[in-house]
Design a protein around this ligand. Structure first.
Ligand code: NDP
Length: 246
């Protein structure tokens, strides 16, 4: 079995976060799960425990720094350290600018971008003290290009990419042994499209995802590989798509 690590995951109540939690727990790691939906977190933690794994959770809103700090404190209280912090919570309510969905724009900025910063802020001091740690920041292929309707989402995800690269350089210069991996997936079958608010956009995205999307377990597997690499080396970015996604 791999070395047991303490893994904190935001957005752990569904999709990529849930799949990663389940896989890493199977591999013997200790999970600390955060998201807003308590029942879902409870179900996932119970499932992990029933399979012999270890998991705890806290209702967490990544748009609130205090809430994110409390998740970090839970990890320390329960398991004594933070080895991996996965900034995963995110949403993708695409729409064209002319529709003026200001609330959606702000929510993407708050969750996808500010939430990542709050996560780094909550975990980095502990990792510096430990002289060891690993951030897994979930960006997207949308960090590398943009399409009509996806301007704000791509801006947040390219922001995640930039933040991650600066963090990597700072921690390398500090000699802190804190690693950074940005994961940029293509279409993955999760609840992401369910939460698109613009009706037309949601319909076309649903059709597209039904045709090409692959399972969140594939992303979980790639993350597990990045985690298992010896600490002297980091996979800094994973760009992955379903084989049929152009
Ligand atoms: P899901 O919608 O299944 O998961 C999103 C997660 O984010 C949920 O657990 C949700 O939990 C959580 N979340 C949303 N808002 C908040 C908040 N304010 N505070 C805490 N948690 C929050 O989608 P995915 O699994 O696909 O998304 C995970 C990440 O992957 C996102 O960053 C997304 O942008 C990225 N991604 C997804 C791709 C895809 O095709 N699916 C492709 C590329 C990147 P809750 O509602 O309980 O709070």
């Amino acid at each position: 079995m791999a070395e047991q690590k303490v893994v904190v995951i935001t957005g752990a109540s569904s999709g990529i976060g849930e799949a990663t939690a389940v896989l890493l727990a199977q591999k013997g790691h200790k999970l600390v799960l955060g998201a807003r939906r308590e029942e879902r977190l409870q179900e996932i933690a119970d499932k992990i425990s029933a399979n012999g794994g270890q998991a705890t959770f806290a209702v967490t809103d990544v748009t609130e720094p205090d809430s994110v700090n409390a998740l970090a404190e839970l990890a320390i209280k329960e398991f004594g350290r933070i080895d991996i912090w996965m900034n995963n919570a995110g949403l993708m309510p695409h729409s064209e600018f002319i529709k003026g969905r200001v609330d959606d724009w702000n929510q993407m900025i708050d969750v996808n971008l500010r939430g990542v910063l709050y996560g780094i802020n909550a975990a980095l001091p502990t990792m510096r003290d430990q002289q060891s740690g690993h951030f897994i920041n979930i960006a997207s292929v949308a960090a590398h290009g943009v399409h009509s309707g996806g301007g704000v989402y791509s801006a947040t995800k390219s922001g995640v990419w930039m933040i991650s690269e600066a963090l990597r350089q700072e921690e390398a210069a500090a000699g802190s042994n804190v690693r950074v991996t940005v994961v940029s997936p293509g279409a993955i079958a999760t609840e992401l499209v369910d939460n698109v608010t613009d009706k037309e956009t949601k319909e076309s995205l649903s059709q597209y995802y039904a045709k090409v999307a692959s399972a969140p377990e594939r992303v979980a597997q790639a993350i597990a590989d990045a985690i298992e690499l010896p600490e002297d080396t980091a996979i800094n970015e994973i760009v992955m798509r379903p084989s049929s996604q152009s």
